[in-house]
Design a protein around this ligand. Structure first.
Ligand SMILES: [Cu+2]
Length: 332
């Protein structure tokens, strides 16, 4: 096992690129400044040097090129199962600094970090992963209970998660189907949940894969909160290509975020630990209460209505049109 892990580490080179965009809606992020976190681009800066099109939805201006590119690191197996490496990866709420000049941001991370730790695997050598949900009951971000409200128990406690290996050729029991979600310590599970230890056969060509959450109705929120990480599948052929290795192999993930500061936290769904005011916290609590009452009322009447909680909690929320798209066409 150790040989396998050691071989998988650092011997191989490739460029790693992962574009994972968890968004609460295009409008919510359309105004993100090119001066965002470590951003080397300025695609949305007006040529005349004026303000961005929607200056109310920008992250704070931050100094560029002042932080090292963070490296998520490689996770080691905790043991073996059926003779194969077995990993345990915890999902938890964490505080993490995302820029030198920002206070720590509250995130949901795999392995206590964002992005999650990299899993390195070898073609043809299966692994097991036990994904552990240790997240708080209340979501970090506001949920929209109008999405699949007929099959998602929004009014029951527990953060619903289910990890999915993006691009992986995976047996269906381990594929992270949207309705195979589970809450903390598997207290509650979705109708498609089948097993706790996911099995990844790694029977496919090597590639830069990534894992991310996939829970029905809140995939976008869970990924936005930080639940994503790399999964690198290696083999001898790739090692023979003499690509950059070790410190020269830099995993990169591009994600859109709006980051709250003391001045804009009322407009941003996420939060930083030191900028979440008491009033903001109180508002989140009352919104949750209001939301649950609203869900109960709607369940009784089966009437789809505007959600006043969402309207007050999120500047990006939009009411559904009366003749809007059917639920089944809504995606995460
Ligand atoms: Cu995916």
């Amino acid at each position: 096992m150790d040989d396998r892990v050691g071989r998988a580490r650092g011997d191989v080179a490739r460029r790693k690129f992962l574009a994972a965009v968890g968004i609460t809606g295009a409008a919510a992020l359309a105004g993100c400044s090119g001066k965002g976190i470590g951003a080397p681009v300025a695609a949305d800066e007006p040529e005349d040097g004026g303000e961005t099109p929607d200056a109310t939805h920008t992250s704070p201006d931050l100094e560029r090129w002042v932080d090292e590119v963070p490296r998520p690191g490689v996770i080691e197996p905790n043991g073996t199962k059926d003779g194969q490496p077995r990993y345990e990866v915890e999902m938890a709420e964490v505080e993490q600094k995302l820029h030198r000049d920002l206070p720590p941001t509250t995130l949901w991370g795999y392995g206590g970090q964002f992005p999650g730790p990299t899993i390195e695997a070898e073609q043809g050598e299966p692994i097991y992963v036990r994904w552990q949900n240790h997240l708080p009951d209340e979501h970090l971000l506001p949920e929209d209970p109008t999405i699949h409200d007929d099959i998602i128990p929004y009014d029951e406690p527990g953060a619903r998660v289910v990890p999915h290996l993006h691009g992986g050729n995976v047996e269906h029991e381990s594929d992270g189907k949207p309705q195979a979600w589970f809450t903390r310590d598997f207290e509650r599970t979705g109708p498609d949940f089948e097993k706790k230890d996911y099995y990844y056969a790694n029977d496919q060509p090597p590639a830069t894969l990534w894992y991310h959450d996939h829970s029905l109705g809140i995939t976008r929120l869970n990924v936005y909160a930080g639940l994503a990480g790399f999964y690198l599948l290696r083999n001898d052929h790739e090692r023979a290509l003499d690509l950059p290795t070790g410190d020269n192999e830099v995993p990169l993930v591009l994600q859109d975020r709006r980051l709250p500061t003391a001045s804009n936290s009322d407009r941003v769904s996420g939060r930083t630990s030191s900028s979440t005011s008491a009033s903001t916290r109180a508002r989140r609590c009352s919104c949750t209460t209001t939301r649950r009452r609203r869900i109960a009322a709607r369940a009784a009447s089966r009437r789809t209505a505007l959600n006043p909680c969402r309207r007050s909690c999120s500047s990006t929320w939009r009411p559904r049109k009366a003749n809007g798209s059917p639920r089944s066409s809504r995606t995460n």
